[in-house]
Design a protein around this ligand. Sequence first.
Ligand code: ZN
Length: 308
Amino acid sequence: MTTALITHADCLNHVTPDGHPERVARLEHILHALEPLDLRRVTAPMAAEDDILRIHPAPYLSDLRRASPAEGWAQIDGDTFLSPGSLDAAFRAAGAVVRGVGMVLGGEVQNAFAAVRPPGHHAETDTAMGFCLFGNAALAAKHALDHHGLKRVAVVDFDVHHGNGTQDLLWDEPRALVITSQQMPLWPGSGRPDEDGAHGQILNLPLAPGSGRAEMQAAYEGQAFPRLRAFKPELLIISAGFDAHQDDPLASLNWATADFAWLTEQLCKLASELCQGRIVSTLEGGYDLNALAAATRAHVEELIKAPA
Ligand SMILES: [Zn+2]
């Protein structure tokens, strides 16, 4: 079986102001690092408007369209910007995860990685924030549940920042287990263990600044993996942010590239045990270009090696 790499050149047309960490070069570095790998290369379609409306209300979408600039930038919040190409990029990012879910559930590929931007896990129901416009991981989960008729989907978010958007979008969704690890304290400030969802189906795993491999493994082996085994998801969605890397400028966890490989390998084994190895992973953060490229490559290499 194969791994799909789903992306689109439109994702390079989401341009942020000079000095912004979430920049075009991130995706360029990743695609370059993945070039030698044996992957099924797939062009991301635009998400259908109905897909977006599964998680965001129509007025939110029309507000974004109204704000979309003909040139320069529109600033949505302190660090979230729209350039003329941003909405198309966001529709491709959402379309990539929808396509990934379809390919994986249809048995066309073992698993899929969506190399896309803007990222998604900070976008709340009607609020764009933290570089994110559409909640791609939550959208993938909802699409799998509502369109493909799955009964249980799990989302694992190992980005260093709390997946507040995914948590908000799936807060009242008993069919979705959401597990998110994050440095705490750190922006956006949410992600305490007592934030556990309307059905107790959200698991927040805060990690102390400066912590590394041992603390990460303890949190995942002690809490995340048992919850996944108990929940028995039919599909695993990964919010793959690489900003817990020790070289990342936006946070202060001490994960090495090998730690992303270890975590991905464990998630692949669990997916093999629980859901025929079905995984759709989507890019979130990661802001040191070299660390991002290396950690993403390590992640995708594990997806390629993953057992069915
Ligand atoms: Zn992040």
